[in-house]
Design a protein around this ligand. Structure first.
Ligand code: ADP
Ligand code: MG
Length: 359
């Protein structure tokens, strides 16, 4: 009798323990299961991956935000904020400027500031020139020099007038905006904010090659981001281990067309002459906190070329970078020393802020 009771007690304990163990496991499993969302937006593919009990709903909110931003920022839609601004006539200072959404206003402001910081290497008023080359329409062709010179007269980000109080924008006649160089980074920042607000602490967003990560992986280890090789042979330059960062790469290796002359023409233009950038750089990867700034800087530093890009970085503590030169060398900045692991076959060099270690 006594023995029976003992057996039952042991049995119950084991059963209860098993149930608790299984519950803990399934809860852990639920927290660690990846929820993903694939979208086609801004002319590219987005893959959003998030973890935790609120991830699924949060990703739905993210998808809605992406749609909203695309509707506002698209340069090819006449009814977007940018479309309205470009199609309308908002040059007359006696008339009210174009009324635009808070998001659009904020992004134009940030992009204009990046234009100042990079001394015009980033210029969001390049649109008429980009369109002439066919980069926004797909009707690619090499424009003649005179046409480019004419169009460049209206390219000047300093002429964008933002009325903070009324939240309106004015641009001179003929000046038109394209936020293509910063839109994906800004979208990433908005999505990270939504995920945080909805209780997600671990996520990885791939917005057409712009990577933005929230927190660490669910197991606590850093996210591993592969940096693609800009060369035709493919493969990768190496892997970056990061938490809470944006990793944004610009280069001319993915979006370009081959001209009648057989040459490749990339989609990043030098605002000084209106021609696709052709310098010693094959790609620029920027690592930092803000997706918007990383996106803008990756485009701008690609325009600058290696030497100017390195000088620019030396004056700023805010970001780190990886440069790949046309001759196949990889340069990374000192802040990445412990988190960048390059593939063995590359010739790699570290860039330091102060040569010789002295301040
Ligand atoms: P991707 O779109 O491939 O991620 P970028 O972030 O570098 O690349 O943005 C490139 C886009 O920005 C081009 O497609 C074009 O719309 C626009 N653009 C090209 N050159 C410049 C420039 N110098 N300044 C601002 N925008 C540019
Ligand atoms: Mg960019």
């Amino acid at each position: 009798m006594k023995r029976d009771r003992f057996t039952i007690a042991v049995f119950m304990t084991v059963l209860l323990g098993g149930i608790i163990f299984a519950t803990v496991l399934s809860e852990k499993h639920r927290l660690q299961t990846a929820h993903t969302k694939d979208l086609f937006a801004m002319d590219t593919y987005f893959t959003l991956e998030a973890y935790g009990p609120t991830a699924e709903d949060a990703l739905e909110s993210c998808a809605r935000k992406v749609q909203e931003l695309e509707d506002r920022l698209s340069v090819t839609r006449q009814d977007s904020d940018i479309g309205k601004l470009n199609e309308g006539n908002f040059s007359d200072s006696a008339q009210p400027g174009a009324e635009i959404a808070a998001d659009t206003f904020e992004l134009i402001k940030e992009a204009r500031k990046l234009g100042e910081e990079t001394e015009g290497a980033l210029d969001i008023t390049l649109y008429p020139v980009l369109r002439e080359w066919g980069f926004t329409t797909g009707n690619y062709h090499i424009p003649d020099e005179r046409t480019l010179r004419e169009l460049l007269k209206n390219v000047d980000y300093t002429k964008i007038y933002l009325d903070e109080a009324r939240r309106t924008v004015r641009v001179p006649e003929g000046t038109k905006l394209d936020l293509g160089a910063v839109a994906k980074g800004y979208t990433g920042d908005c999505l990270i904010e939504i995920l945080k607000q909805q209780g997600v602490t671990s996520a990885m967003l791939d917005l057409g090659g712009n990577i933005q990560v929230l927190g660490a992986k669910p197991d606590g280890s850093p996210w591993r981001v592969a940096i693609k090789s800009p060369f035709e042979s493919g493969g990768m330059i190496g892997v970056l281990e990061v938490t809470d960062k944006a990793v944004v790469t610009s280069g001319s290796y993915e979006r370009y067309f081959v001209g009648e002359d057989g040459e490749k023409y990339g989609h990043i233009l030098n605002p000084l002459d209106g021609y696709p950038v052709r310098n010693d750089l094959a790609s620029v990867t920027i690592v930092g906190e803000s997706g918007t700034r990383c996106d803008g800087l990756s485009t701008a530093l690609f325009v600058m070329g290696r030497e100017r890009a390195v000088e620019f970085w030396k004056r700023r503590p805010e970001f780190e970078m990886i440069l790949v030169t046309e001759d196949g060398k990889v340069y990374f900045t000192q802040g990445l020393r412990d988190c960048f692991e390059s593939g063995g076959e590359w010739n790699v060099e570290e860039i330091v802020r102060y040569e010789g270690g002295g301040a």
